[in-house]
Write a protein that binds this ligand. Structure first.
Ligand SMILES: Nc1nc2c(c(=O)[nH]1)N[C@H]1C(S)=C(S)[C@@H](COP(=O)(O)O)O[C@H]1N2
Ligand SMILES: [Mo]
Length: 389
């Protein structure tokens, strides 16, 4: 026997063993499972995934201007809040739907032969990629919302890249299954089954699970639902009625932010100006009601008062243009770019007060950026410098 023969014999024996021991398609109680059910849950899942994908692209666009071109608009001020709230909500709604859909096809995973020819192996492989990519997107998204970062990759980049794998494999899956889907949707989903769950019961369960997942988490986006939203990540609790993720202490900016030495530098080429907080307060003040809308999906409206960004730029002889704002915080979110369009918006402020009180240290004292239709991650706190790019 050559080594290759021996390897083939071992593989054959293992496969035969697996064939004996692993569950079989026929051993699953089939009463409530049907392709009618699978296709219907699949259709819901297709809708939630499509919305989730498009709103995810929007969030990426708002944070990463393609080729440095600022395509994300300054108005309407609530657009990012809505779009990111919908992104997280459709993701959450998808989890119970995906679970039910997997359950409905589970017996098929054990169909014999386990490994047929190349075509079957390819089909099974593509389904594996589909499940892995969709599962990865939903689970990492959920973990991000729960602020769990127990991995070594950079979440936004990985979540963005895998979205294309997920959508690609979904489109392939739909294309391959189109004839089956067509006929399945034509069949009744609800043939009464003797005993156990009916198919209508399972469909109802999928819808209820999905609805409950949304209702119990949506309170940090829609305040009116917060009493029933027991699992929502954020409440209005926090200084000045707004939640705080990153405190000044955690980011190590408490000292310089409260120091007498603090100044805001505004620089346009060779011209620059240093302003104390008192000097900022002496400039014309503007009030704006704008949301903080975190990429995690939570969002809260607040009243902000401060100096218009455009007015500050005018002080150093600059017209509203693309600027970078820089924080005392040297971390990942310690700087952000403001588009020319946004810099010109009258509601783009260097905020000094929040809900009628001087800005709390954890909200960015001495001053922070707040501007319309902007991901929360770009609303930079504890500003120290604004420079024309
Ligand atoms: N300098 C600085 N500004 C920042 C952050 C930060 O980590 N450092 N976090 C951002 C994020 S992710 C959001 S959602 C908003 C509100 O965050 P908060 O809840 O930490 O105040 O502030 C933004 N501004
Ligand atoms: Mo955020």
């Amino acid at each position: 026997m050559t080594p290759a023969d021996r390897a083939r014999a071992v593989a054959g024996r293992l496969l035969a063993e697996a064939d004996q021991r692993l569950p079989r398609e026929e051993s699953f109680p089939a009463a409530a499972r049907s392709i009618g059910l699978t296709a219907r849950v699949g259709r819901w899942l297709g809708i939630t995934f499509a919305i989730c994908f498009v709103t995810g692209l929007a969030s990426h666009l708002a944070q990463n201007p393609p080729f440095g071109i600022d395509v994300w608009p300054a108005r309407p001020s609530w657009l990012y809040r809505l779009s990111q709230g919908v992104h997280v909500t459709t993701g959450v709604a998808s989890i119970p739907l995906l679970a039910v859909k997997l359950w409905s096809v589970a017996p098929k995973f054990w169909r014999r032969p386990l490994l047929g020819g190349l075509l079957l192996a390819l089909e099974r492989g593509s389904i594996l990629v589909l499940i892995a990519a969709c599962g990865f997107e939903l689970l990492t998204g959920l973990a991000n919302v729960a602020q769990f970062y127990g991995w070594t990759f950079f979440f936004p980049r990985m979540h963005f890249a895998m979205a294309f794998v997920a959508v690609g494999s979904i489109l392939l899956h739909i294309a391959v299954k189109l004839p089956v889907i067509r006929s399945a949707l034509g069949q009744p989903a609800v043939t009464p089954a003797p005993g156990g769950w009916s198919r209508r019961g399972v469909l109802g369960l999928a819808a209820t699970g999905s609805g409950l997942a949304v209702l119990t988490t949506v309170g940090d986006k829609i305040g009116a639902l917060s009493p029933v939203s027991v699992f929502s990540q954020r409440t209005g609790a926090g200084p000045q009625g707004l939640p705080v993720n990153g405190t000044a202490a955690a980011l190590g900016v408490g000292g310089p932010a409260t120091s007498d030495q603090w100044r805001l530098t505004v620089a346009a080429g060779p011209r620059s100006l240093e302003l104390t907080r008192a000097e900022l307060l002496a400039l014309p003040q503007r009030r704006a009601r704008l949301p903080i809308a975190c990429v995690e999906g939570w969002s809260f409206d607040a009243d902000w008062t401060g100096v218009r960004l455009a007015d500050l730029l005018a002080l150093v002889g600059a017209r509203p243009t693309r600027v970078q704002v820089i924080s005392l915080d040297r971390g990942l979110y310690g700087r952000s770019v403001v588009s020319a369009q946004l810099a010109a918006d009258p509601d783009s402020l260097v905020a000094l007060s929040l809900n009628g009180m001087p800005l709390a240290l954890d909200h960015g004292y001495p001053c922070r950026l707040i501007a319309p239709n902007r991901p929360g991650v770009l609303q930079t706190k504890w500003l120290s410098r604004i420079e024309v790019l």
